[in-house]
Design a protein around this ligand. Structure first.
Ligand code: VAH
Length: 324
């Protein structure tokens, strides 16, 4: 049977890149991107979906005979703390809608992104295991921990093949993140290429688990491609990319930009980061579906700088005008 994919939250940092990768895998006409509104000059099949409206999701699923759903719409950790109850409502209602539509319309596979934000002070800081105690301190993390348990419930109760990954902080050049505590690790590269001083909202030694976009996308597709019987974890899989601190990424950038300047001005996001792991144990993902990261801090930095220089140069004819 033909695979028809619906990506909910396709305008987001992950969603926009994942949609492109899924189109390369399944064909342009077999992947429907959706979000609250289309981006200007969007290319490819796009449907406006507010995922809090279950009937709208049903309409699109029936119209295109969707067989897989990737649910990437959520309010992230830092932004989510501004309106806790609205964050809970949106993150949970959209997930319930996706799970119910998938159950009722016999969707083959569902992807639900979780996050290392599900870990809190009750989990080991280093090499945090997949089965660590979850006591998240943000509404985003609480919604993801609850979502993992609902995903497992729909698998056990209804046999729905829901699969999930706990993403570390995702770093990519293709799209700008929004509202995350790890987003400094994307902005720092933009400032380096624009040769501007960077103000970091975390402390210099705030080590966090991160992952390069290409690794995160490949992990997602490898998980979804794995034989059903290989998926032993039905809450969510830990995956690790590379852990580093703001000082370490600044040091790596200075190998290419010796004059790069950074100021550390921690804000409320430092308290969020303090409760997250320094590093992740992803043995289960390695054993169950062969996960293995390919990018380290050196290759992430080299790729980010090269790609962002190309983007700013192309977009502004020369780097100079990009500064303005
Ligand atoms: C956030 N980028 O900062 C997301 C991610 C691990 C962090 O979930 O909220």
């Amino acid at each position: 049977m033909k695979t028809i994919v619906l990506v909910i939250g396709a305008n987001g940092q992950l969603g926009s890149v994942l949609t492109q990768s899924l189109r390369e895998k399944f064909g342009e006409s077999n992947v429907i991107a959706s979000d609250l509104r289309p981006k200007d000059n969007y290319k490819g099949i796009f449907e406006t979906i507010d995922a809090t409206d279950i009937n709208r999701i049903k309409e699109v699923v029936v119209q295109y005979q969707v067989t897989q759903i990737y649910h990437l719409a959520a309010i992230l950790s830092a932004k989510g703390e501004e309106t806790p109850l609205r964050t809970w409502d949106i993150n949970m209602k959209t997930l319930f809608n996706v799970l119910e539509v998938s159950r009722l319309h016999n969707i083959d596979k569902v992807f639900f992104p979780s996050s290392i934000a599900v870990f809190g002070e009750g989990a080991p800081l280093n090499d945090t295991p997949n089965n660590a105690y979850l006591d998240p301190a943000t509404v985003y993390g609480i919604s993801k921990a609850a979502g993992e348990n609902w995903a497992q419930y729909y698998f056990m109760r209804y046999g729905l093949d829901v699969r999930s990954i706990r993403y570390p902080g995702v770093i990519g050049y293709q799209s700008l993140p929004g509202g995350g505590t790890t987003d400094y690790a994307v902005d720092i590269y933009h400032k380096a290429v624009l040769e501007e001083k960077f103000s970091c909202f975390l402390k210099e030694d705030a080590t966090l688990p991160m992952i390069f976009m290409e690794d995160a996308i490949r992990a997602t597709i490898e998980l979804m491609d794995a034989p059903k019987e290989d998926i032993k974890v039905r809450t969510s899989y830990n995956i690790a990319g590379i852990s580093f601190s703001p000082a370490e990424v600044a040091q790596e950038i200075r190998k290419l930009y010796p004059d790069f300047q950074i100021a550390y001005e921690p804000d409320f996001r430092q308290e969020i980061a303090d409760r997250w792991p320094n590093s992740i144990d992803d043995t289960s993902a390695m054993n169950d579906w062969g996960w293995k990261p390919q990018f380290d801090l050196t290759s992430i930095t080299a790729t980010m700088i090269q790609k962002l220089k190309e983007k700013y140069t192309a977009g502004s004819k020369n780097l100079e005008t990009a500064k303005s």
